[in-house]
Structure formats: C-alpha cells, structure tokens
Design a binder for this molecule. Structure first.
Ligand SMILES: C[S@@+](CC[C@H](N)C(=O)[O-])C[C@H]1O[C@@H](n2cnc3c(N)ncnc32)[C@H](O)[C@@H]1O
Length: 235
C-alpha cells in the first residue's frame, strides 16, 4: 500500500502548491524533522534538490519507512510524534499532507505537540496543515469517487467509505481492489478535524506562538470558504 501511496501522491513542487510550500521551508532550514514522513518523498526531494543539512524523518508505519530508507543519506526513525526524544535540535518540524489529523485523542495531541515543541530549537518553526472542518471534506469520501491507480503494471481501484463522524473525528475505510471489485486490502483510519480556536488552544498550551495561519498554500487568509488551516507555529 505504501507503493500505491507514492503513485497517488507524488511529491512535485512544480505541480502542487502544497509541495512547493513545504519544500520552500525545508530548503531554507538547516535542520529538518519531518513528523509522519510516510514514504519520505518530501525529504528525498529536498536531498535531491541539494539540501546539505540534517534531515530526519519519523513515522510509525514500517512499510512506509522501508520505502523511505531507499535513501541512506537521510535519518529515518520508527516511532510516533509523542515518542520523539530530541531536545532543541531542529530549525523546522513539518507534518505534510494532513498527517497532523492522525492525532485523534486530546492526550495524543498534547503529548505529540509537547514532543515536537521540545525537539525544536528556540525560534524553530512547526509547519503543518489540517483540513478545515467547515469544508466537510469527508462528504467526498465515498465509493462514487473511486479512483483508478496504475501500479506494478496493473490497474487497481481505490475507494473510501465513511463509517462515522463523531465529535470532530471521522472514521473511514480505504479499500484497494481489482477493477472487477475483488477486494485486496481494507485499511481503517480515524482523523480529527479541529477548528481554528481549538487548534490554537492546543498549540498555545504546548508552548507555541502562532506565527502565521493561512487558508491555503499561497498564503491566502483564512475565510469561511477555506478548506485547510495552514499553520506556522514558533517555539
Ligand atoms: C497522510 S500520510 C502523510 C505522509 C507524508 N507526510 C506525505 O506528505 O506524504 C500520514 C502519515 O502519518 C503517520 N502517522 C500516523 N500516526 C502518527 C503519529 N502518531 N505520529 C507520527 N506519524 C503518524 C502515518 O503512518 C502516515 O505515514
């Protein structure tokens, strides 16, 4: 499934505003910690583009990390954000592609933010985005929006089904199947949707100052139509 993720989500700053947003920050920072790095594509790209400093990717998903480790000139660590033990070492921490929404419980959110804050040097920045709850993104996560993905020479179909929307947490399945509907894999995920005041309260409680908050990756303001909350939080 990690291979499929890369086919569906290639890191391409020339094509995607979100990838350009993070890549600009990464290339300008000396030391970078990518939390929830997945298959590592953002850091792979940064190294290929000439980043000469320390790059570290952390993720609890072993198959994703196996793909990330294709590059040995980047540090890869298996673990969750709450497990981070670095103190004051990074200029920049990132969570790209809505990885932040994997923090579902209040306890995990608090522990993760405290650990990310501690890993940054004073003045270091945590950059991430989270889908804005006002846009109800989960309403598009249904089988009628299935997509076909070509991987390893065969065409697979991927679709989503929402199981529950409760207290800001959306639980859904992602099914990968053959074209004829034969199911190959089902994964279940819960994602938390925080609005701006809730999000900022968690950040401030962990010791962060909100440096900037945007409604898109072109530094546009947050509006009632924003689909994302893009945040730069400073230690
Ligand atoms: C949507 S993927 C994003 C991957 C990568 N950042 C990207 O842009 O392609 C979310 C990632 O967050 C990871 N994740 C889930 N829970 C986590 C946690 N508690 N701490 C750190 N990463 C986590 C998942 O394993 C997954 O690789």
């Amino acid at each position: 499934m990690a291979e499929l993720y890369d086919v569906q989500n290639p890191w391409d700053p020339a094509r995607y505003r979100s990838d350009a947003f993070y890549t600009d920050l990464v290339m300008a920072a000396g030391t970078v910690l990518d939390v929830g790095c997945g298959t590592g594509s953002m850091l792979h790209h940064a190294r290929s583009a000439g980043h000469a400093g320390r790059l570290v990717g952390v993720d609890p998903d072993v198959p994703s990390l196996r793909r990330a480790r294709a590059r040995a000139d980047i540090e890869w660590v298996e673990g969750t954000a709450a497990d981070l033990a670095w103190k004051g070492e990074f200029d920049l921490a990132t969570m790209a592609s809505n990885a932040f929404q994997c923090f579902v419980s209040d306890d995990d959110l608090r522990a993760s933010l405290t650990a990310i804050h501690a890993a940054l040097r004073d003045g270091g920045v945590f950059a991430f985005e989270t889908r804005h709850p006002q846009a109800h993104a989960w309403e598009d996560w249904n089988p009628s929006n299935a997509s076909d993905v070509v991987s390893g020479g065969r065409t697979l179909r991927v679709w989503h089904e929402v199981e529950s929307v409760m207290d800001g947490v959306v639980t859904f399945t992602e099914t990968t199947g053959e074209q004829d509907g034969t199911v190959l894999h089902v994964g279940r995920t819960s994602l938390r949707f925080l609005d701006v005041p809730e999000l900022n309260t968690f950040l401030e409680e962990a010791g962060f100052t909100i440096q900037a908050q945007y409604g898109d990756f072109q530094h546009g303001p947050l509006t009632p139509a924003s689909r994302s909350i893009v945040t730069l939080a400073r230690r």
